[in-house]
Design a protein around this ligand. Structure first.
Ligand code: SAM
Length: 266
């Protein structure tokens, strides 16, 4: 057992992305952001990966009842013993049905957490499926991932994930967080992102958007004309193929997906 990775008697598990927050300024800042977006104490907040409860300790003070999803069985047992008004789901967040949860509670939800970085992309894509029931999301993630989520076209960070997420949310980075704010410290810088649902595509349009962006970003450094198939779809709507995928803005990709899904082209 590696002594270095023992935190409050718990051995931090790398496979669960366990880096526990210990900086009270950062913790207050995140909790303040969550509370600012909630109307009152009866709002429903669900925390992903509460771990040893760094955020949970503050959140339980602000909301009548707090909900959380934690995969690590040992931590789940500790959390249940520590927090009386915490309802805990000991399961993988990637299998959690946020829509059903919200419908059962008859309320939209706020989702928050210092996320396990090893599942950030699948988790963000999983959450898109439940965006209809969400008021706000507040997440700590790897800084580079937040950079990709919020990137504009013509930047290195801009890619498929920027487009797919910006089709559903307005997002802002609210805080940079250095490795020493955690125990054990991660090898990367972190950042907090605020995500407000702003749904710009229907499910049918989203399918087209996924297809278009998959094709276009398959060779991001090449001129689109050189490799995209199905050129009629692009050409019918005056989509200039003499560009690279990273030069095309989010709105233009969304527009193409909309026009295509309304057309009879397959
Ligand atoms: N919130 C705590 C904090 O800030 O100190 C812990 C954050 S730690 C980065 C990530 C947490 O997510 C850990 O508690 C880990 O056990 C949990 N976790 C990892 N994978 C998970 C999954 N698939 N589903 C639910 N929780 C998970």
């Amino acid at each position: 057992m590696n002594k270095k990775n023992k935190v409050e008697g718990h051995t931090a598990q790398k496979r669960f992305g366990q880096n526990f927050l210990q900086d009270s300024y950062i913790i207050q800042n995140i909790v303040h952001g969550i509370c600012k977006n909630a109307d009152d104490a009866s709002d429903i907040v669900i925390e992903i990966g509460p771990g040893l409860g760094a955020l949970t300790h503050q959140l339980v003070k602000s909301f009548n009842r707090l909900y959380a999803i934690e995969l690590d069985r040992n931590l789940a047992a500790k959390l249940i013993n520590t927090f009386g008004n915490l309802e805990l789901y000991q399961q993988d967040v990637l299998t959690f049905d946020f829509t059903k949860f919200s419908l059962d509670k008859k309320q939209k939800i706020h989702i928050a957490g210092n996320l396990p970085y090893n599942i950030s992309s699948p988790l963000l894509l999983h959450l898109i499926k439940h965006v209809d029931v969400v008021h706000s999301q507040h997440f700590m993630l790897q800084k580079e991932v937040v950079g990709r989520m919020t990137a504009d076209n013509n930047s290195k960070a801009y890619g498929r994930i920027s487009i797919l997420l910006q089709a559903y949310y307005t997002m802002y980075k609210t805080l940079d967080v250095p490795p020493h704010a955690f125990n054990p410290p991660p090898k990367v810088d972190s950042a907090v992102v605020y995500m407000k649902p702003n749904i710009k595509v229907s499910p049918q349009q989203a399918q087209k958007l996924e297809y278009i962006t998959r094709i276009c970003f398959s060779q991001r450094r090449k001129m689109l004309r050189g490799f995209v198939e199905n050129k009629p779809i692009f050409e019918k709507y005056d989509f200039d193929l003499n560009r690279r995928a990273e030069e095309v803005g989010v709105e233009e990709y969304i527009n193409l997906a909309k026009l295509w899904s309304e057309s009879d082209l397959t």
